[in-house]
Write a protein that binds this ligand. Structure first.
Ligand code: AVI
Length: 323
């Protein structure tokens, strides 16, 4: 386990290496079906773009989840009980977490985990001001990798993993099961509070991923910007188009970058050719029915204790416990 960096608050830094970024994108772009891992959206700028998406009128998940949390946070805090250690995967700006922290009964600590270090440090510094008595143990890591969790100084009655935003939707089915199984081990004896986006009218989904201001398109193309800036690639942004659609057979929104002409791009020594109309798959966002998610959760060892939804059944917040 790395030593915390001397800053206030302490940071447990498992920062992903540039080498990993290069090798993963090279592998993805040389596949017969080109793809890029969506986790690479979230550097500092990408995380800020995502925050902008969350504020768009068309992007219903964030405000719907927030409204559910606002309405139910008392109930949720009672379920989680006193002295719980709250561990948040992909904490971002920790906005929804503040609601929880305000309501929790004497939490043992808060462990925010995020891949974007600058944003993590900013949000943790702000949290430290609002909650001076709370032990915050930030971890900078790719949360799909293996890393040790820090242990707070206060006794912990139960560990509760918080995984909001329907980020579970960004995992394909088998990796989702695998990751949930991992979370079940992390919160053994405790629970998982998770945001899960629900199946709905395709048009609502289409608008959410094709916003009128083009922020989602910019977010999508940010992967190209990162490869240019960090890996010395020469992608021309104007020659790639944002393309997102709901695939009803697979129950997911797919996001792609489509090559707008035949072109060759250089990434280090490697030449990558794109045909006109060829796509790079950048993200999937699976949507579930409550029954489908309950089945997935059960196959990972969880029992669904409680489900809260909004009146239109757009989104759900669920509390799962480990059997
Ligand atoms: C983070 N994740 C749940 C978002 C989603 O809706 O799948 C990422 C996103 N991609 C485009 N817009 C938002």
């Amino acid at each position: 386990m790395p030593k915390p960096i001397e800053s206030s608050p302490r940071l447990y830094d498992f920062e992903p290496q540039q080498k990993t970024f290069l090798s993963e994108v090279l592998q993805g772009l040389q596949d017969a079906r080109k793809e890029l891992p969506s986790k690479y959206f979230y550097d500092d700028v990408g995380s800020q773009l995502f925050e902008q998406i969350c504020e768009l009128d068309e992007y219903y998940p964030t405000r719907t989840e927030l409204a559910i949390m606002q309405e139910r946070v008392g109930e949720i805090a009672t379920l989680l009980g006193p002295n719980c250690l709250l561990i948040e995967y992909g904490s971002g700006s920790s906005t929804k977490t503040r609601l929880l922290l305000d309501a929790l009964h004497d939490p043992a600590g808060y462990v925010p985990i995020d891949i974007a270090k600058e944003q993590l440090l900013r949000s943790v510094a702000a949290l430290a001001e609002t909650y001076p008595g709370l032990e915050v143990l930030p971890v900078c890591a790719d949360y799909t990798s293996n890393f040790e969790l820090p242990v707070p100084s206060k006794p912990v009655l139960r560990r509760v993993v918080y995984f909001p935003g329907s980020t579970i939707g960004n995992f394909d089915r088998e990796p989702a099961r695998h990751f949930l199984r991992h979370l079940a081990r992390v919160c053994q004896g405790g629970g998982l509070l998770i945001g899960v986006d629900l199946k709905k009218d395709f048009n609502i989904l289409h608008r959410a991923y094709n916003d009128s201001q083009g922020v989602t398109a910019q977010f999508n193309k940010h992967l190209l910007v990162r490869m240019n800036e960090e890996l010395g690639a020469d992608f021309e942004l104007k020659h790639f188009g944002h393309y997102a659609f709901y695939n009803p057979t697979q129950g997911r929104v797919e996001m792609h970058l489509v090559s707008l002409r035949n072109q060759t791009v250089h990434l280090g020594e490697v030449e990558i050719t794109f045909k006109l109309g060829e796509s790079v798959w950048t993200e999937s966002s699976y949507k579930y029915t409550l029954a489908e998610f309950a089945q997935l959760a059960a196959s990972a060892g969880f029992t669904v204790e409680q489900v809260w939804t909004d009146a239109r059944q757009l989104f759900s917040v669920q509390y799962l416990t480990v059997r």
